[in-house]
Design a protein around this ligand. Structure first.
Ligand SMILES: NC(=O)c1ccc[n+]([C@@H]2O[C@H](COP(=O)([O-])OP(=O)(O)OC[C@H]3O[C@@H](n4cnc5c(N)ncnc54)[C@H](OP(=O)(O)O)[C@@H]3O)[C@@H](O)[C@H]2O)c1
Length: 320
């Protein structure tokens, strides 16, 4: 099969099309003929040698795919089923092996490109905003990086489940795109102080943070009583100085998680939660993955360069 290899760590042009054996599924797994593969920021880190795949996982990048099952060793799935799936690696290829529990049906009404853009962000947002952050209808959530793949999914899921959504983004166009997607308030953090803006609405209940660093103490200032702070990345720094008294006085819960190293059982449980709570909303047209651009598999380097530039709103997807 054709697959994208990382031939030496570095700039996007280390991504090269190569020939690899089709992987063999074992008990509990399915083999998927990949039709589309989502591109995610962790793929950039893997390409640079900063985010190695977990032990036993393919060195081919790619954390999410959509396609058709061509061999099944899992009771829930059969040959010909159209699925999208969360992978620990190996998505930038014509075939990929995945545990059956990490597959979900391609939602009715979505094409393969849209379906491939779902798993990484849907699993991450469901896990962090709803399972860990316990966002409820009528509460308010602040989503940093609102125009990112994670952000655009979080906006739609939070709105569809009845929450009020505030986002931050780095320019007015990105803010406008987030409002169009359903965000109630968009803050351009380059021209506005998000803490002052949030104070005007009396605070937020949950914060989804991918920035870290000096955002963390400022985030705590934005939380209401019993607020939840959920970290999923530290784009601006992994260390933060916070006033512990703020946590006590506001009874704040600080949590966070990483998705990739979680067990198959944990990912399967998240898939179950998504299928029950989110898939019906997708099929009802209330959540639609925002696709910024697609590239052929052979142009994975161009896709990475675009993601690295930050000049996009929504997801970038490779087509095989
Ligand atoms: N913990 C987990 O389980 C998990 C799972 C998936 C992804 N993630 C992480 O979540 C983050 C978002 O993922 P994604 O795929 O949606 O990423 P993405 O589309 O590349 O978006 C990253 C966003 O972060 C914003 N940003 C803020 N400060 C930044 C900085 N210093 N450098 C670069 N961007 C900055 C950018 O928006 P502005 O231009 O508006 O600032 C950009 O839209 C990534 O860091 C990713 O690694 C975590």
């Amino acid at each position: 099969m054709k697959a994208v290899e990382i031939q030496g760590f570095g700039a996007p042009d280390v991504l090269k099309i190569a020939s690899r054996p089709v992987p063999n599924p074992v008990s509990g797994e399915v083999l998927v003929r990949v039709m589309a593969a989502g591109v995610n920021r962790p793929d950039l880190l893997q390409r640079m040698g900063k985010y190695p795949p977990p032990p036993g996982v393919s060195d081919i990048p790619g954390l999410e795919i959509a396609g058709e099952i061509v061999e099944s060793h899992h009771p829930d799935w059969g040959v010909g089923d159209r699925v999208c799936a969360l992978l620990a690696g190996g998505g930038y290829a014509e075939y990929a092996v995945v545990p059956g529990g990490q597959c979900l049906p391609v939602p009715h009404g979505l094409n393969m490109v849209q379906a491939a853009a779902l798993p990484e962000t849907a699993f991450t947002v469901w896990n962090n905003v709803f399972v860990r952050g316990h966002l409820k209808a009528d509460e308010t959530v602040l989503i940093h990086g609102g125009s990112s793949g994670i952000g655009t999914t979080a906006i739609q899921m939070a709105k569809a489940l009845g929450a009020r959504v505030v986002i931050t983004a780095g320019n007015d166009d990105k803010c406008a795109a987030c409002i169009k997607l359903g965000a109630d308030i968009a803050i351009n953090y380059k021209t506005q102080d998000f803490v002052a803006e949030i104070a005007k609405i009396g605070g937020v209940d949950v914060i989804l943070d991918m920035v870290g660093g000096d955002y963390v103490p400022r985030n705590l200032d934005c939380l209401k009583l019993d607020g939840r702070h959920v970290s999923i990345a530290s784009l601006n720094g992994a260390k933060a100085e916070i006033d512990i008294r703020t946590i006590m006085q506001k009874r704040i819960i600080m949590t966070g998680s990483t998705l990739r190293p979680r067990s198959v059982e944990e990912k399967s449980s998240l898939a179950h939660g998504l299928r029950t709570n989110i898939w019906p909303l997708i099929e009802a047209g209330k959540i639609t993955p925002l696709i910024h651009a697609t590239f052929p598999l052979a142009d994975a380097a161009k896709a990475h360069a675009l993601l690295e530039s930050g000049n996009m709103a929504g997801k970038i997807v490779l087509e095989t």
